[in-house]
Design a protein around this ligand. Structure first.
Ligand SMILES: O=C(O)CCC(=O)C(=O)O
Ligand SMILES: [Fe+2]
Length: 330
């Protein structure tokens, strides 16, 4: 990831992706002889891997008659600009999960997908990039192009990873935006309770920190949203949740919209934030906090009593009326 993106990531509380090597990752080389299902490492997505509903949506989108947001009944509008659909067949879910379990069992070290997730795996780095690229181009892109015509005018790369949460490991993921143009997020297992996904507004919009929707993950169902939408994974209560996330990138759109990185394009906030939309930390560094008014609405998280204050949101001049004074903020 380049400097601009890193800066963008720091400034906007975007989840930063770690750098992916141009060369074949070490994990790919080491894991190659241990692959359990070699078909997951080829540029092919057999029709038996996808749900009939996904085929229906893709066909509707390709027909050119699809109108946003009512593409077809198989596509559910969760809330404006957040969509979900049945995506993978039980056959694929079983295959994919068993491969990931096999990778974990191999003990091969894998770099983590982002600075906020300690138990995930970058699936591109274990050799799955060709299959994911095929899935992105054949299935995600035709749908995203209809739903988000500008951000998804083309997809030319992706950062794809597994996230895993259990009560004994990572419980959830703090509020953030993604370093993606369009995010695809599908649940692959297992049994769990809690672990919903809470959506707020768009980065820099007046309702940026207003709660808009709570999505409940279901195995095989995918959710699609823009990376600039603030969201967070709520704590898991029991069991284990595993999701595959594909961050699609559109370099042309990024080049054409450098302004999305600039403070002056941030709107004044309409009102005080919903506490569920407040962001504490994307790091284990104490005191690493993103929302300037966090302490006016929530307790200081334990173990974060000191340290550098990196809070930036909302930017100066963009505060809502009666923004709490500095004694109440970090
Ligand atoms: O756990 C989830 O469902 C969401 C994870 C997420 O938002 C992310 O990894 O960027
Ligand atoms: Fe995310």
């Amino acid at each position: 990831m380049g400097t601009v993106t890193s800066l963008f990531a720091r400034w906007w509380n975007t989840v930063p992706a770690l750098e992916e090597d141009e060369e074949e990752a070490d994990a790919t080389k080491r894991y190659r002889p241990l692959r359990k299902h070699p078909e997951l490492f080829q540029a092919r997505v057999p029709a038996t891997w996808v749900a009939p509903e996904l085929l229906e949506i893709v066909n509707a989108c390709k027909s050119g008659n699809a109108k946003k947001p009512e593409i077809c009944s198989a596509l559910r509008v969760e809330v404006k600009d957040v969509y979900s659909f049945l995506c993978f067949s039980p056959e694929f879910v079983k295959l994919f999960v068993s491969e990931i379990e096999n990778f974990y069992a191999s003990g091969i070290p894998a770099r983590r997908p982002n600075s906020m997730n300690n138990y995930g795996v970058i699936v591109n780095e274990i050799g799955m990039r060709p299959m994911i690229t095929e899935f992105q181009q054949q299935y995600i892109w035709p749908i995203a192009k209809v739903l988000f015509p500008e951000e998804a005018s083309q997809f030319d790369s992706h950062h794809s990873f597994i996230v895993r949460y259990t009560a004994a490991e990572d419980l959830g993921l703090d509020m953030h935006t993604d370093d993606s143009d369009v995010t695809f997020n599908v649940c692959l297992g297992y049994d769990f309770t809690g672990a919903t996904l809470t959506f707020c507004g768009y980065m820099g919009a007046p309702d940026h920190r207003q709660a808009t929707h709570v999505y409940s993950h279901e195995i095989g169902r995918a959710v699609l949203h823009l990376g600039s939408r603030r969201h967070g994974a709520d704590d898991i209560e029991n069991g284990t949740r595993m999701n595959l996330i594909i961050w699609s990138h559109n370099s042309a759109w990024r080049r054409a919209h450098p302004s999305r990185l600039r403070r002056e394009y941030y709107s004044k906030e309409a009102g005080p934030p919903d506490p569920v939309c407040l962001s504490t930390s994307q790091s284990d560094k104490p005191g690493y906090t993103h929302d300037r008014d966090f302490l006016a609405y929530k307790e200081k998280p334990s173990g974060r009593a000191s340290g550098r204050n990196r809070a930036w949101c909302p930017p100066p001049g963009k505060e809502y009326e009666n923004f709490p004074d500095s004694d109440e903020t970090m």
